[in-house]
Design a protein around this ligand. Structure first.
Ligand code: TYD
Length: 320
């Protein structure tokens, strides 16, 4: 067995790589690496070293928004003698290239027909059952061979963290400031080169997102200037317009009961019935304003779980 194969197999993180790498494949891999290294041609051992790093350590610090990402690549690029930007390009593309070249099995989630994915957003009051319905829909879609990535806002990124501090009432911010944070979080959610909405859609993967700009319009629009919030989101070219928004409409009393039962501690918008009722009204105002420009389906989600889930499936399936 070649040294290259041994290295790959010895590393559990690389176990998904096919065991039978032919000499021609290895040469193609070497060519690919050297394409990015104009100043420096690497020998096989050096390439293996870089390759292993890209697949292991680099992946562990893969949060593009973390300053450590940059520092890490800078340090390694110097060590390897590659330009930092080339190393970053290699990092972002190594998966695609390795799949195309047949080194790794294409994951199940992979577009066959190069069609852009569909972007579906779920909205509703807290406690309206969005997460369970999203879960059910993604299961059904995957079962019929559709590729689905599920995501949510606020995100788990750094800006999402600032937002959660406010939602949990640990750090007070006014509604305009909060709307601006949601806007920033949404831009990064769209553009993140690792797991951003646009990356998935371009790869032909359907994206289901738990909340999006409609929540900013409805929640922050109660206290801040709704027109400004709408314009800043809708006119931002980095914020992808959803193909469909599904609003799960559940009686406010029922939502309040559910959050009281399910949450260990309540977030600011879950704290009382009046706020939730106001937000529901605000959602309807938003949908009235957007009725000609966005595709919005309001679903009566007071019905049984399976009835609601069937209705959702019917609305979604003809899009994909
Ligand atoms: P939620 O879906 O309830 O997340 P979790 O189940 O993790 O608590 O969303 C968190 C809260 O954020 C919710 O009360 C609505 C609020 N929110 C806004 O106020 N504006 C926004 O733009 C978004 C996306 C969410």
């Amino acid at each position: 067995m070649s040294e290259f194969k041994l290295l790959l197999l010895a590393n559990p993180e690389l176990s998904f790589i096919k065991e039978n790498i032919s000499k021609t494949d290895l040469n193609r891999l070497i060519n690919w690496f050297n394409k990015y290294c104009t100043n420096n041609k690497f020998n096989k051992d050096q390439i293996i070293e870089i390759f292993i790093w890209l697949f292991t350590e680099a992946r562990r610090v893969a949060d593009y928004n973390n300053p450590e990402f940059d520092e890490n690549f800078e340090k390694k690029a110097e060590e390897f003698g590659i330009e930092k930007n080339n190393l970053i390009t290699m990092f972002f593309y190594h998966n695609n290239v390795l799949e195309d070249e047949g080194f790794i099995r294409k994951p199940e989630m992979h577009s066959i027909d190069n069609k852009r994915g569909s972007f579906i957003v779920f909205e509703g009051l807290d406690g309206s059952g969005k997460s369970s319905q999203i879960n059910e829909l993604s299961k059904k879609l995957r079962a019929i061979g559709k590729m689905v990535s599920v995501t949510a806002e606020p995100t788990n990124g750094a800006t999402g963290g600032l937002i959660r501090d406010t939602l949990s009432n640990n750090y007070k911010r006014n509604a305009t400031e909060l709307a601006a944070l949601f806007l920033a979080d949404r831009i990064s959610h769209n553009l993140n080169p690792m797991n951003g909405i646009q990356k998935f859609l371009n790869e032909g993967i359907n994206v289901i997102c738990d909340r999006y700009y409609y929540s900013s319009f409805a929640y922050q629009g109660v206290e801040a200037d709704m027109k400004w919030i709408m314009e800043s989101n809708l006119n931002c070219k980095h914020i992808t317009k959803p193909d469909l928004c599904i609003f799960l409409d559940v009686d406010v009393n029922q939502c309040k009961e559910r959050v009281d039962q399910e949450r260990a501690s309540l977030e600011i918008f879950e704290s009382n019935y009046e706020i939730m009722a106001k937000v529901r009204q605000s959602f309807f105002e938003v949908f009235r304003i957007l009725k000609d420009s966005e595709k919005i389906e309001i679903i009566d989600a007071n019905k049984s779980f399976s009835n609601v889930s069937e209705e959702i499936f019917k609305k979604v399936i003809h899009l994909l």
